[in-house]
Design a protein around this ligand. Structure first.
Ligand code: 3HC
Length: 320
């Protein structure tokens, strides 16, 4: 086929693709898509999956130290959910042609990112509440938007994940509510956890729009429906109201309702800290990746046994 014909064909495919996006149709695995669309979805979905799996670590740290059997059961259920979210998202990324082994190898080598938030230590039981309320709250803000993302498997994975995330956020808020009505030490523990998780939670939405390298294209392709700053602002507005119920304060003396903007004004985020953590120099980056590599090694025999079993079964069915 002559090159002009190939180019014509290509533009036709581009047009059909963009018409689908503009027509609010989902892009499915077997549809033609620009390489860059495939690539940025693999990037975002796989990093989302890594975040879910690494995100199990700060909370897993408190399962054996939960203050009651009820709290332990709730926390185990939540951490287990996160593992499932990671599996859905790895499966969604695999539909784009990236193997799970490649994605895991990219995480373990430090090549792939995961959410900066999980590189902070969980220092007290109140952190379980602050993570549920603030981290899962920020995740929901972002993930509800992603239920409308243009790539079909990603959007559908988000629908189920969002249902479970709302349980995560409520159990976190409820745990803090109990502490906020407790002894002076419990109140102080609650406020301390909020102080430590507030600013890193705002960083979860990504850099300022002016520094967001992927946003413009992701908005055009409806991978994103809102920008980083828009989602961050929605989150601040929501939490600034919810914190009143706890009788606690957010650690930002610039936080103030702006009647004209109909939003809360808030203080400056420490973007140097953000980029340091993204680059691997956060408080727990090394610990988190070491733990993931160790768990992956320890689970090798399970993967090998499962593979041997499925190969045996394939041989049996093909021999029958
Ligand atoms: N931590 C680490 N890296 C981050 C980051 C963060 N908080 N925010 C942005 N980055 C990275 C981006 O990945 C990008 O690097 P890359 O091009 O090498 O991937 C760079 O910083 C510039 O950021 P952009 O704004 O250009 O990147 P995006 O357009 O991808 O927007 C995002 C960033 C909003 C996080 C988007 O990737 C997204 O919506 N991802 C899906 C949701 C997600 O991953 N959430 C993470 C938390 S999951 C979670 O909390 C689990 C819950 O159960 C607790």
């Amino acid at each position: 086929m002559s090159s002009t014909l190939i180019d014509l064909n290509h533009t036709q495919e581009e047009k059909i693709f963009q018409d689908k996006i503009d027509g609010e149709l989902k892009i499915e695995p077997k549809d033609w898509m620009p390489d860059a669309y495939r690539k940025t979805n693999i990037r975002q979905i796989s990093q989302h999956a890594h975040s879910e799996v690494v995100g199990m670590l700060p909370e897993g740290n408190w399962i054996t130290r939960a203050p009651s059997l009820k709290r332990k059961a709730i926390l185990i259920a939540k951490v287990q959910d996160e593992a499932g979210h990671g599996l859905y998202l790895y499966s969604a990324a695999e539909t784009l042609g990236q193997s799970r082994d490649e994605m895991i190898a990219d995480l373990h080598s430090g090549k792939a990112k995961y959410s900066s938030i999980f590189n902070y230590p969980s220092l007290s039981w109140a952190d379980m509440g602050a993570i549920g309320w603030l981290v899962d709250g920020a995740a929901i803000m972002n993930q509800v938007m992603l239920t409308r993302t243009s790539y079909g498997p990603y959007a559908r994975a988000m629908v189920r994940i969002c249902k479970e995330e709302s349980f995560h956020q409520r159990q976190g808020f409820e745990a803090l509510l109990v502490l906020s009505k407790g002894t002076a030490e419990q109140k102080a523990m609650c406020q301390d956890a909020i102080n430590r998780w507030w600013w890193p939670a705002l960083m979860m939405f990504g850099p300022r729009d002016s520094e967001s390298t992927n946003s413009d294209q992701s908005m055009k392709w409806k991978i994103k429906r809102k920008t980083n700053d828009e989602l961050r602002q929605n989150f601040v507005d929501m939490i600034a109201e919810q914190v009143k119920t706890l009788g606690m304060k957010l650690p930002d003396d610039k936080l103030k309702w702006n009647e004209e903007r109909k939003h809360y004004d808030f203080g400056a985020i420490n973007w140097d800290e953000f980029w340091q953590v993204v680059k691997g120099n956060g408080p727990c980056n090394k610990q988190r990746l070491d733990a993931r590599r160790k768990a992956y090694e320890a689970g090798k025999w399970v993967r090998e046994a499962a593979l041997a079993f499925s190969n045996k079964r394939k041989q049996k069915t093909s021999a029958a």
